[in-house]
Design a protein around this ligand. Structure first.
Ligand SMILES: Cc1ncc(COP(=O)(O)O)c(C=O)c1O
Length: 422
């Protein structure tokens, strides 16, 4: 396999070389949002300057704007392995799309129907379903994750399914523990019971190739700003399922696909950036091997970037593991790096996560503390929600040297805080 061209990659992201009063930045806030390549920023700007019009007319700019929109749907079909761009619904963000789709699906649910949500999901894939259940009188079942494997186990799902289960909402990868779920096999289990499967792939999308057809799920949602694109969300829906749905929409707006689900004027300039983000992956794949379709080049990009990221995750986890009183909340077994994304969360006995994070932020290491909307996870683990965890989130533009510097900072700050207390 080709090695990962880290220097060339970093050269594509202008934000990586910015400094604050001479101090370098280390971006480890990636699970909350990634930086963008120059090509993404240029595409947004170019669209605003050259093709700034609404859709549906006959003049130059409206026709060009329509092409931007069509290209974004095609790009996302390639990115997700969708059968057609008509299955791609683009909107404000994952949460808005999920609220919208949950209301649409709810039109076909009856009181007493059951839905399953997990204790591992971000609130964006929990709250919309809980509130739908409240409105419609649905029964909600909570699916816990296994605290040994850090994953959702098929047996636990099976135990909750019944002939009344209409939908299972689960995540591909956790934004707190980093664990990747076996979505294909969980989907098979759910579908055998006749349930629809709605997958939150927001945290998986920057780290691995998604193939919606191979997964077999009914819906999959992700957010472009987590995979080096602009702030927007994308929902894939299986054609035969969305064909039959009647979303809330204006009476006079199109009944076509995907327009039926895309309300109002789209974020056209961001769609230009979205295509550029997908093409960024394709270019990375082109550098890693000859030829192939855009989809094949994207796959090659993930071959090299996932292997590179797993190396950084391992380095980070082993460097944290020797700090006394520090507990990593997720998979740490070196043999299981392929079952997690490089998002590593931890708590430290007697020290509030925010105290550590504020010190690190002051040193130009950007990362987060808190529950990060993984509200169910902190509750299942008995972590005070107002404190949460320290979360270090690696992206493929991070380097081994940045991980070393981060580890040195974590070690030193924890030692300093302990000394201050004693
Ligand atoms: C796993 C996961 N799901 C959903 C969301 C919500 O995404 P959005 O901000 O696009 O609504 C996030 C955001 O961090 C997330 O990490």
């Amino acid at each position: 396999m080709a090695t990962f061209p880290i220097e060339a990659v970093r050269g594509k992201f202008p934000a990586l070389s910015l400094t604050d009063e001479g101090r370098r930045r280390i971006y480890l806030d990636n699970p909350a949002g990634t930086q963008v390549s120059q090509t993404v920023a240029d595409a947004v700007s170019f669209c605003l300057i050259t093709t700034n019009a609404n859709l549906g007319g006959f003049f130059e700019t409206t026709l060009a704007a329509q092409k931007v929109v069509d290209d974004a749907h095609l790009a996302m079909a390639d990115f997700l392995g969708a059968a057609s761009p008509q299955e791609i619904i683009i909107g404000a963000n994952m949460t808005t799309l999920t609220y919208h789709m949950s209301r649409t699906l709810g039109r076909g649910f009856d009181p007493g129907d059951e839905i399953i949500v997990t204790r591992m999901d971000h609130e964006g894939n929990v709250s919309p379903w809980l509130q739908l259940a409240e409105d419609l009188g649905l029964v909600v079942r909570f699916l816990p994750f296994d605290e040994q494997s850090w994953q959702i186990e098929e047996a636990a799902l099976e135990a909750l399914l019944s002939e009344r289960t209409r939908l299972v909402a689960l995540n591909y990868a956790s934004n707190l523990t980093g664990s990747i779920n076996r979505v294909k096999s969980l989907t098979e289990t759910a579908r055998q019971a006749g349930a629809l499967v709605y997958v939150d792939a927001v945290q998986f999308a920057p780290h691995g190739l998604i193939d919606v057809q191979a997964l077999g799920c009914d819906f999959l949602v992700c957010s472009a700003y987590k995979f080096f694109g602009p702030h927007m969300g994308i929902l894939w829906g299986r054609r035969d399922v969305i064909d039959a749905l009647e979303p809330y929409k204006c009476r006079c707006s199109s009944n076509g696909l995907p327009e039926r689900f895309e309300l109002g004027t789209p974020q056209i300039e961001l769609m230009a950036g979205l295509t550029a983000a997908v093409d960024y992956f394709a270019d990375l794949g082109a550098a890693a091997g000859e030829g192939g379709s855009r989809r094949q080049r994207i796959a090659r990009a993930f071959d090299v970037s996932t292997a590179y990221e797993n190396g950084l995750a391992l380095k980070l986890i082993s460097g944290l593991s020797n700090i006394e009183g520090l507990t990593i909340r997720g998979i740490t077994d070196p043999a299981r790096m392929g079952e997690r994304v490089p998002t590593v969360s931890f708590t430290v006995d007697g020290i509030a996560p925010e105290t550590i994070v504020r010190q690190m932020n002051a040193e130009g290491i950007f990362l987060w503390s808190g529950h990060s909307y993984a509200w169910e996870i902190v509750h299942q683990l008995g972590i005070p929600a107002e404190q949460g965890v320290v979360r270090i989130g690696v992206a493929h533009y991070n380097t081994a040297a940045e991980i070393d510097e981060t580890l040195e900072s974590v070690h030193r700050i924890i030692a300093m805080l302990r000394q201050q207390r004693s």
